[in-house]
Design a protein around this ligand. Sequence first.
Ligand code: ADP
Ligand code: ZN
Ligand code: ZN
Length: 679
Amino acid sequence: MERRIVKVALDTPLDTAFDYRWIKSDEAEPIPQVGQFVLVPFGRREVVGLILAVQQASDLAEDKIRDVIAVRSQLAPLSSKWLALCYFAADYYQRPVGEVVIPCSPKNLRALKNTALDKAIKKTAKLKAPALATASVRPQLHDEQEQAVLALEADTGFSVNLLFGVTGSGKTEVYLQAAERILDRARMAGEAAQVLILVPEINLTPQLEGNIRARFPHLQLATLHSQLAEGERLLNWMAAHTGNADIVLGTRLAVLASMPDLKLIVIDEEHDPSYKQQEGLRYSARDLGIWRAHQLNIPVVLGSATPSMESWQHAATGRYRKLELTRRAASNAQLPRVSLIDMERNKAPDGLAEPLVAAIKLRLEKGEQSLLFLNRRGYAPVIHCDACGWISNCRRCTAFMVLHKPERRLRCHHCSLELRIPNACPTCGNVDLQPLGRGTQRVEETLQKMFPDARVLRIDADSTRKKGSAQEAFDSVHRGDVDILLGTQMVAKGHDFQRLTLVGAINPDTALFSQDYRAGERLFAQLMQVAGRAGRAAQSAEGNPSEVLIQTRYPAHPLYRALLAHDYAGFAQTTLEERRSAGLPPFMFQALLRAEARELPLALAFLEQARGLLDHEGIIINDPVPMTITRVAGIERAQLLVESVSRMQLQAFLKPWVADLRALKSKVRWTLEVDPVDI
Ligand code: ADP
Ligand code: ZN
Ligand code: ZN
């Protein structure tokens, strides 16, 4: 009787691999292979795992080993290259490899019966015969675009290319034509080829998918993101895995898609924080994408109008090649004119200063659209009582309960606690409770009062809870059914609104004084991006360029000065100098150990213990400190920052340290994040 021991990776933080017994049940059954999915018992559940090794024997006693339920042998095994990528990710981020390989694979592999899986495989295979249709017209590339495409086309091996292009400069066109030429060249040579395009958030950039389909009607496009229905996700995953999909378009998890013929990786808006996973395996899809390109010896393109400091610094030292697009692509499009509204001089009882109100009025008269950006949802961030000083603190968090007026609720944005709005002050009975500050709902109310005939639309996480509602909202803006669009960062992303000629930023100052050293970089990127929504096609009626107005109390702040001049390079240079002298990334490599406990001293004591575990030459271990928002949902949180000027040295320290931390078997919950982005 044929039998094997298979070592299986499972999605659990417990261990790297688990032994299971496989016994041949009928003559036709093939021996399991490394890289195949298996169904196995785990506790009382059946879970899906991935075979990492096939052996004759186990170190465990026979009665400790359970039997494999089924091997998904109808799927071609994942390649050793793909497994090497996953091992690297597990190793670098200090997690078991099962937490890499299982979450990025379709869940349906577990639930599906073999027959259903067979059906799905047949269906993917049939996808290969695309309908004939005429492709959208390929615009004539302008010089800078042509140079960028030529540079990419010429690369036959690994290269990291920073495509630095102002908003509307036609970065997308560079991706598409580079992809097309690389796919064509492979086809001519009789080779298979695939292209991976990563975007921060697919729902906010539906135009890209449409553009790709229209340009390449003869190619297979598969999308991969977390909002796909499971059935569709399986089909698309399989299309990538079998090589049937020529182009895979996805969010960060797609960086781990199995693509046997990958020849080009594109990472659009490479600076976007959404590329960083904030739970489980806390990976950076950008960094893994670059590693993958290196592994496969292919080019990778990082596109942005406001690159991350990491990428900018690499371009400065020549490690990355910089490809630059300096002007807008469409023939009559110009960069908008940016001005500041000094809020010390302009009174704004309703949050909107007179010059901004006048500018909106002008757009309404001309039938053009305005966009107002306020990165704070809800009606007001807090309510309070003038009589006794009561304030709407969340009882479970070190945070305020936010007033949501249309929903008639107070909501904590950290623990999701919801309360009815109190009729009177809970401590003194005063019935006159006041909102403090303003969020998008309040500004919406103000706009409706000021411009009763205008069509005002608010887009934020609250207004778009229903599936598909964000899409619907954006469609109505594109159709021209909206005069004033108001929203959080959701409205800043890559939309190409044709009739938009005014952008207003209502209260961006809060980010200037944040504790987070990256807040300035993020604010600059957001303002550039939202400003970039203006003037993409339409000229204002008199041929004036579009306008961006920023309300601020700090008009002399260097960040705003750089923004006025559209001077990202200047901003980046100052920022990098500051980072260098302060010993911050990208000149320092960091890992963050976080601890959670019912009592803060417990969390701090755990971190203190962690600090003393290992000798740490060349490593800076800072003092344990409570997190800025210390308590969330009744849990106290603290952190310990570990740093080194050498990435390798930090990695060499982390591995044994994490092993020691695990061995403590502490009751305190902890997580380690390598290259943290929120500190
Ligand atoms: P980015 O991604 O850099 O913000 P897009 O790729 O969205 O810019 O391009 C902005 C606009 O310019 C789009 O409407 C696009 O169709 C158009 N465009 C791009 N390249 C060209 C070109 N070579 N000639 C004319 N229009 C172009
Ligand atoms: Zn009171
Ligand atoms: Zn709370």
